[in-house]
Write a protein that binds this ligand. Structure first.
Ligand SMILES: [Zn+2]
Length: 254
């Protein structure tokens, strides 16, 4: 089975790597390793480009527009939802550019660093909101139906009969902004049996999450949280972070 070494689990801030192509298909380009983070858990994927040398020794830059995990092994352990590990990673490119790729060739993979940084802020903001919601209304986070993590905002949808009210949203917002103001450290560490199964920790709050995370809370700036009813038992929370600071100093090419 083809699998891709996921360099981002060793170094989340590495933005380029040299890789060997191992599969070329309309699903995308698979390499032996990558720095590009796939979509998952509601988070949009990295975008970026391949740099390749064609037969005439000209350097070509071919964009990848999406990144997805393929099928791998199921990892089933306590604390973890069913996750797929040892998967290939598909970098989706326009079909017309597939002809430039051949199995065995070397390519350079570069991610769009600002997009990654924004998605990382958005993703981390969701964690802080979940922490705050758990403080304001214990247990409600088990009713999360889905998340939508984009560069400019994040959304959480809840199956909930007794919806969060204005006062609770205000308390949640205050709690998140206090967490940001105190610049609490965020740690991630792998499960002892599997480096692709990752825990996220901030203060005493621990959960299983292999997403992209900030090293501390300050970069989010502050949050604006709004709520919207999406039906009888469905509520959407939207989180915006207009005063974020991109942690560009963390990222490196080598
Ligand atoms: Zn996470």
């Amino acid at each position: 089975m083809i699998k891709t070494e996921k360099i981002y689990y060793d170094d989340l801030y590495l933005t380029t790597c040299i890789a060997t192509v191992v599969e070329v298909s309309e699903m995308g380009i698979v390499c032996d390793q990558t720095v590009a983070f796939p979509e998952g858990g509601g988070q949009q994927a990295d975008k970026g480009c391949f740099l390749i040398e064609d037969n005439f020794k000209q350097s070509l830059k071919i964009l990848f527009l999406n990144v997805k995990k393929g099928v791998g092994d199921v990892f089933l352990e306590q604390d973890f939802p069913t996750i797929s590990v040892n998967t290939p990673i598909y970098h989706y490119i326009e079909v017309e550019y597939l002809r430039y790729f051949k199995v065995g060739m070397k390519v350079k993979i570069c991610i769009d660093v600002e997009r990654r940084a924004r998605l990382t802020i958005s993703h981390t903001a969701i964690h802080l909101v979940l922490m705050a919601i758990d403080r304001v209304r214990k247990g409600i986070i088990t009713y999360v139906k889905g998340a939508d993590i984009r560069e400019d905002l994040a959304r959480l949808d809840f199956f909930i009969h007794d919806k969060l009210n204005d006062d609770e949203i205000m308390k949640i917002t205050e709690c998140v902004n206090e967490l940001i103001l105190n610049d609490y450290k965020i740690e991630t560490y792998a499960h002892v049996k599997q480096k692709e199964a990752v825990y996220w920790k901030c203060l005493d709050y621990v959960c299983a999450c292999g997403g992209t995370h900030l090293p501390s809370t300050k970069y989010i700036g502050n949050v604006r949280i709004t709520k919207k009813s999406k039906g009888k038992n469905l509520q959407r929370i939207t989180i915006e972070f207009p005063n974020h600071v991109l942690p560009m100093e963390l990222y490196h090419k080598d």
